[in-house]
Every structure is written in structure tokens, then in C-alpha cells.
Design a protein around this ligand. Structure first.
Ligand SMILES: Nc1ncnc2c1ncn2[C@@H]1O[C@H](COP(=O)(O)OP(=O)(O)O)[C@@H](O)[C@H]1O
Ligand SMILES: [Mg+2]
Length: 435
């Protein structure tokens, strides 16, 4: 057990070199509480927030201080301490060290707690000074092994929440596939947990694509976003891989649902407490939700196929994006899901019609798309060598780069190109202008 004191060096030595830690503790046992409190005093310059309580009290907290460095928590005597520990770990900021304390002295439990991301576990009773040494060890271990990740996360701590909405001009253009793949690639790139949300509560296919379970609670959460707390998020956001979480519903086809105004943005704000990056698969069939999600987005990816109806709808959606989300960055991609050989339209036509450049041409790769489905994994994991992944890479990189151009940014000079639009596609521009 790690409670064994190994470091003989007084804990204050290194503590003085560091800035004061921001720390919280929930401990049920009063003797342990006072020892922990005494140990934390130096490292926190007397500012530790130490309370009598257990992991239950910690799980009830919906908003954690984003700069929390250290959480000490009594795992209590619940039936499943490891599940509670996992829940807590997903709720607190990723940069926080978490050290458990408890009455159970068992190596298996210790290992399980480390496996869900706890940094250490001390069995009570323990002497004064023991916790200080455990904290020192955890800090040192983090500096040794997790430096890069911690640094990334520290940058992320101050960064603004971002929602990328992925929107298809038509059904079947590969919207869901792109949303999943981009979210997975983004998480891996940033080493940061990304949440995918399928906003098609009735017919969404995102959870199926990832072989995860749809949940019922999503609709209620949209109705009452103020009730979303850390525990709820832990229950509904299902972990697919280290950096990828997803959630989606399967509302009965008959159940009508009218979201109240701003439901989606309140909902997204609640989830942003836990996830800086959210990728939304936006339904085409529900104009209310569609509009609300777009309004709340910092980034929007519009995917069109190379067909006449596709380009027409891409243009109409582009117009809507300019209206409802003028501050968002709009990215445009062409689909690989629909056979290009049967397409009436060329990429240059799309660019002329939308009066901007296409940021990404997603190639067709039926084999990769199929293996993603067969494995129930993001395409970037099922077929990492696919041209689809390669094509999406610059887009993913641009998502987390400093703002370069706003909605419609990266567009190619409008007027002269618009004049060249002729034939079939020329109709669209004129039709719109007349409105
Ligand atoms: N780039 C691609 N190349 C080949 N097939 C693709 C590609 N992207 C998606 N697909 C396939 O096209 C179908 C529709 O994809 P999906 O992502 O569900 O589209 P949407 O969400 O727009 O309806 C799926 O069978 C998917 O595997
Ligand atoms: Mg879809």
C-alpha cells in the first residue's frame, strides 16, 4: 500500500518552491480530518478547503474550481467505491490530483482506484505527515510523467469552451461519420476529453456507430438544463476511449418534442463545465433544435455532396448560419459518402455557388467507412491510414488554431466569382438575391 512512508525528506522543502496549491478535502473521520488539515496548511498557505464528508458530498458538487490542484476524498463506505471514484474523476478538472482515503486496506482496491485515475490512496488511520508526503509524491510523479499532458490541460483550463456543429446539407452525406472521426482526432491531438452529442433525439445514429447505448435522460436534460450536475454528466456521457465521450437518445418516433427557447445553449453550457470541446451531430429534420445548436456553436462544419440539391441546400444552410451564428467559424467540406462519379457538380461549382473555398474534400473510402461500422469505432481508429483521416487532419488542426477568419472566412473573393456562376447553379444565386 502506498501509505507506507518512503520519502524521508520533509514535505515543506519542495512545497516552498511551488506556488500555494488550491486544495479541497472531504474526510469523514475527525482525527484524520485534523491531520490532513495540518498537512495541507503549509502547501496551501492555510487556504485549503477541508470539510467533514465523503465522496457523496464531492459528487454533489456541480461546479468545481477550474484551478483545483488537489482533491482529497474519503471514499466512504458505499457499495461501489471504484464506480464512485470514476464518477468523481470525470467531474473534477483533468489537472487536479485526486487522493483517496478510506478504511479499507486492500491492494486490489488501491489498484482499481489508480486505474480510474486516482493518484494515490491512503488507508486510515495514518499519521500526521503521511498525507503531505503522498501529495509530494503525486506532484513529483506528475512532473516526471505527465508534464506534457498537464501543460496542455493547463492551457485548456483558461481556453474558451468550443462547440463544433457538424451539419449535412443532405442526409447520407457522411455527417455522423465526420462528426465522430473529427471528435476522436481532436481529442487525440489535444490529449483532452471531447464530448460528442447526437442532437437527433429520435433517429440519431451516432451511438449505434460507436456501439454505445442510447439513453432516455437526454430529453429531460434539454427540458431542464439547470438540473444537469456532475453526477448526471458522468451517467449520461459514455466513455468510448481515453479522450472520447458520447451521448445520444432514442426517443420513440411518436413522441413529439418541442425544445423551449435556448434549451440547447443552456444544455451545452452545462456540459461545457466538464468538456471544453463538444462536437454536435446536428439533425436536419428538426429545425428548432438545429437552429438552437447552431446559435450556440463556435464552429460549424457544413458538409455537402456534389449534387444539385446538395449544393442548393448547402447554400441555404450557409445563409442560415450567417443569420443565426454570425460569430461562428464556418468550415465547408464536400462529401465522400456519395459516389463522385455520379455527381453532376464539381468542387469548383460548389465554391462558386457558396462564394468561398471548400476547406476539405473528404474522399470516398467505402472500406474504411465499413470497418468503422463493423468495429463500432471512430474511423480514425478503425482505419487510421484512410484518405478520409488524411483529408480531415488539416481541418482538425485548424479547429484549435487561433481564430483565422470568421464565418465565411477563407472565402475566395465574392463578386467576380459570383458573376461567373452560370447554368444550373447560377439559378441559386439569383433566387436568393431576389428574396
Ligand atoms: N467518406 C466516405 N466514403 C465512403 N462511405 C462513407 C463515407 N462517409 C460515410 N460513409 C458511409 O455513408 C453512409 C452514411 O454515413 P453517415 O455518416 O451516417 O451519414 P449522415 O449522418 O450524413 O446520414 C454510411 O454507411 C457511412 O459508412
Ligand atoms: Mg447522421
Amino acid at each position: 500500500m502506498s501509505a507506507t512512508a518512503t520519502a524521508q525528506r520533509p514535505s515543506s522543502t519542495a512545497g516552498e518552491e511551488r506556488q500555494a496549491l488550491s486544495a479541497m478535502a472531504f474526510v469523514s473521520d475527525t482525527v484524520t480530518l485534523s491531520r490532513v488539515s495540518a498537512d495541507l496548511f503549509n502547501m496551501t498557505l492555510g487556504k485549503a478547503n477541508v470539510r467533514e464528508g465523503t465522496i457523496d458530498n464531492a459528487l454533489a458538487i456541480s461546479e468545481w474550481p477550474r484551478d483545483l490542484d488537489l482533491l482529497i476524498v474519503d471514499i466512504g463506505n458505499t457499495g461501489d467505491p471504484v464506480a464512485d471514484a470514476a464518477a468523481l474523476k470525470t467531474a473534477v478538472p483533468g489537472t487536479s490530483l485526486v487522493i483517496g482515503v478510506g478504511r479499507i486496506n486492500d491492494v486490489a482496491l488501491y489498484r482499481d482506484l489508480l486505474a480510474v485515475g486516482f493518484n494515490d490512496y491512503l488507508a486510515m488511520p495514518f499519521a500526521e505527515g503521511t498525507m503531505a508526503r503522498a501529495v509530494e509524491r503525486a506532484l513529483e510523479a506528475r512532473e516526471r510523467t505527465g508534464g506534457a499532458v498537464v501543460q496542455n490541460a493547463a492551457v485548456a483550463k483558461d481556453a474558451k469552451p468550443r462547440t463544433l456543429s457538424v451539419l449535412g446539407a443532405r442526409g447520407g452525406v457522411g455527417t455522423t461519420t465526420a462528426a465522430v472521426t473529427i471528435a476522436a482526432m481532436l481529442g487525440t491531438r489535444l490529449q483532452e476529453e471531447v464530448l460528442l452529442i447526437d442532437f437527433d433525439l429520435h433517429y440519431g445514429s451516432l451511438m449505434l456507430a460507436l456501439d454505445l447505448e442510447a439513453i432516455d435522460a437526454l430529453r429531460e436534460a434539454l427540458d431542464q438544463p439547470d438540473r444537469i450536475d456532475a453526477l448526471f454528466i458522468q451517467q449520461v456521457a459514455q466513455k468510448k476511449s481515453e479522450y472520447l465521450y458520447a451521448m445520444g437518445a432514442e426517443e420513440p418516433p411518436t413522441g413529439g418534442f418541442q425544445a423551449r427557447p435556448h434549451a440547447a445553449s443552456d444544455f451545452l453550457r452545462s456540459f461545457h463545465r466538464r468538456f471544453r470541446w463538444i462536437v454536435a451531430d446536428v439533425p436536419r429534420g428538426d429545425p428548432v433544435i438545429q437552429r438552437q445548436v447552431l446559435e450556440a456553436s463556435s464552429d460549424i462544419l457544413l458538409i455537402t455532396d456534389l449534387s444539385l440539391p446538395g449544393v442548393r441546400d448547402a447554400m441555404r444552410l450557409q445563409q442560415m448560419v450567417h443569420e443565426v451564428a454570425p460569430g461562428a467559424r464556418l468550415h465547408v467540406a464536400t462529401s465522400g459518402a456519395v459516389d463522385v462519379r455520379r455527381s453532376a457538380v464539381k468542387v469548383a461549382d460548389v465554391e462558386r455557388t457558396l462564394k468561398r473555398k471548400v476547406d476539405c474534400q473528404i474522399p470516398a473510402d467505402a472500406g474504411a467507412a465499413l470497418s468503422a461500422i463493423n468495429f463500432g469505432k471512430p474511423l480514425s481508429e478503425a482505419a487510421p491510414g484512410s484518405g478520409i483521416v488524411k483529408a480531415l487532419r488539416p481541418l482538425v488542426a485548424s479547429l484549435d488554431s487561433p481564430k483565422s477568419g470568421g464565418a465565411g472566412g477563407g472565402g475566395i473573393g465574392g463578386a467576380s466569382i459570383a458573376q461567373k456562376a452560370s447554368g444550373l447553379l447560377g439559378r441559386f444565386g439569383q433566387g436568393l438575391k431576389k428574396k
